[in-house]
Write a protein that binds this ligand. Structure first.
Ligand code: PMP
Length: 343
């Protein structure tokens, strides 16, 4: 039986996610603040899209043979997406993950059937970096394919073909702004390129956590400013990846973790949405766009994953205290005032 209401398997269930109006934020700003519910993808995050895009592209190019092995370095969500797409399509998955990522994500990957290799965190320039280890592993394993999410443009292309058009259609072409953070840059690049081609007047905003260099890149054209630190997972980029290259971005904002935490708790307690750390940064970016451009805008952002993946951190008072992030429950007006003051 085929009807348009039935999605074909795991892969067919990826994408076409709801666009949720964030009611308290929309009312407070006089803008429509809309969250693309990527946590409702079947693997639970926005990275299901990149995983499917990369695997389908590798199949088309003959890089992945039936029964083959996919190797990837990932902070978690891409690994989860890749492992589930691999299961659905008959491939194996080896995931190299920095051992400072949440235990929930590592346990999930193992439960899903990936071979997980936790490694010590190391900067990109060092051979011990998790991506470099994944690349070497893929060379050594016979018939293995390195997904290379950071520099494989199949990632951004999938967002250009799916997430961008969905946002355009779901807003009847009335979208005026888009904000998101950068992990690989796939979401930012694919969506921003598609929307700008439809309407060059749409404002595109990069929301950056502290310790990353994308704010510096989009605002000043160099990577020199990357001070501070963030507990946000899945985002925080220090180089211009192939997926970041050529992104048509108008503006950028740096969002401290304190604002991210206050937003995460606000979204949970006042909107009923239990969302992960990167979503706090993204929503702050959407609010910055609202405050800068004034009332009447239609601004979309990405609700990347839900906080079940981070319970041992985000909802654990010992961990929050250690990181000086116990929520103070500022209230929405103070959150908006603080975002207004961000550069
Ligand atoms: N949020 C989370 C939770 C993620 O796992 C990722 C992907 N690493 C992102 C945001 C960023 O998405 P992208 O890789 O498309 O920049």
């Amino acid at each position: 039986m085929t009807t348009t209401a039935i999605r074909n398997g795991f892969c067919g269930a990826i994408g076409n996610t709801p666009l949720i109006r964030l009611t308290t934020l929309s009312e407070a700003t006089g803008c429509e603040i809309l969250g693309k519910a990527e946590f409702l993808n079947p693997g639970g995050s926005v990275k299901d899209r990149a995983a499917l895009g990369i695997i389908e592209d590798a199949e088309r190019r003959g890089l992945l043979k039936p029964g083959g092995t996919i190797v990837e370095g990932t902070a978690g969500n891409t690994g989860i997406g890749l492992t589930l797409v691999a299961n659905a399509k008959g491939y194996h998955c080896v995931i190299v993950i920095p051992n400072d990522q949440s235990e929930e994500k590592i346990n999930l990957l193992r439960a899903m059937g990936a071979k997980v290799r936790p490694v010590c965190p190391a900067p990109y320039r060092e051979p011990g970096n998790y991506n470099k280890i994944a690349a070497r592993l893929a060379e050594e394993l016979p018939g293995a394919f390195w997904a290379n999410q950071f520099d494989n443009r199949a990632n951004a292309e999938f967002h250009y073909r799916t997430t961008g058009p969905e946002l355009w259609e779901q807003t009847n072409g009335e979208i005026t702004g888009f904000a998101t953070a950068v992990g690989t840059g796939g979401t930012l690049n694919g969506v921003a390129r598609f929307l700008k081609e439809r309407n060059a007047a749409i404002t595109t905003m990069c929301a950056d956590p502290m310790g990353a260099a994308m704010w510096s890149w989009f605002r000043h054209g160099h990577l020199d400013i990357d001070d501070g630190d963030s507990v946000a997972e899945g985002i925080g980029q220090g180089r211009v990846t192939k997926n970041v290259e050529g992104s048509p971005i108008d503006d950028a904002v740096r969002v401290p973790d304190r604002i991210m935490i206050e937003l995460i708790y606000h979204l949970l307690e006042h909107e009923g949405l239990l969302l992960g750390t990167s979503t706090g940064i993204n929503v702050a970016g959407a609010l910055k766009t609202a405050l800068k451009g004034g009332k009447g805008q239609v601004i979309a952002t990405v609700l990347c994953d839900d906080a079940q993946r981070y319970l041992s951190r985000l909802f654990n008072s010992a961990w929050l205290r250690e990181n000086n992030l116990l929520p103070e429950r500022w209230g929405l007006q103070r959150i908006l005032d603080e975002i207004n003051g961000l550069d």
